[in-house]
Design a protein around this ligand. Structure first.
Ligand code: DQA
Length: 151
């Protein structure tokens, strides 16, 4: 069984981007962390990043189909700033009926008011935020836990 970890705009800049907010780890470090946690849970990892909204939408549609075939547990999705702007991502998650855990490295509720609203939260299975990149591991463990409960 597989997990898709999907990263949106500007997350390719992790490590150099506002390190006081997002930390020193790079996206490659995040991928390593995700690979380790997936291995611990016996899951395969599909790890992606795109700065393009349409590419993220296509990935969610693909993930919904894979989930329906029983090949994918769900998606850990850090949509970056599209979280706060994208009705299209909201509709994609809903339309593809894909299990998504919304993830943010920072505690968006302790930041600017424009980060307080999420278009994804109403269609997410759960939300993990404010734990730094460790949140990715927590989100994968949450999906893996769901898998155990379903057995
Ligand atoms: C983020 C929070 C968003 O508000 C921001 O636009 C990002 C990263 C996070 O991981 O904390 O790009 O999703």
């Amino acid at each position: 069984n597989k997990v898709l970890v999907l990263n949106g705009p500007n997350l390719n800049l992790l490590g150099q981007r506002e390190p006081a907010v997002y930390g020193a780890a790079t996206l490659a470090d995040v991928e390593r962390l995700c690979a380790q946690v997936c291995e611990q849970h016996g899951l395969a990892l599909d790890f992606r990043q795109s700065n393009h909204e349409g590419v993220l939408i296509d990935a969610l549609h693909e993930a919904g189909a894979a989930q329906a075939r029983g090949e994918l547990l769900g998606v850990v999705f850090n949509a970056g700033a599209y979280t706060h702007t994208s009705v299209a991502l909201h509709d994609a998650i809903k339309g593809a009926a894909v299990r998504v855990i919304e993830l943010h490295i920072s505690n968006v509720h302790a930041r600017e008011p424009f980060r307080h609203h999420s278009w994804l939260s109403p269609v997410a299975a759960g939300v993990i935020l404010g734990f730094g990149i460790r949140g990715y591991g927590l989100a994968i463990a949450a999906l893996a836990g769901e898998q155990v409960e379903q057995v």
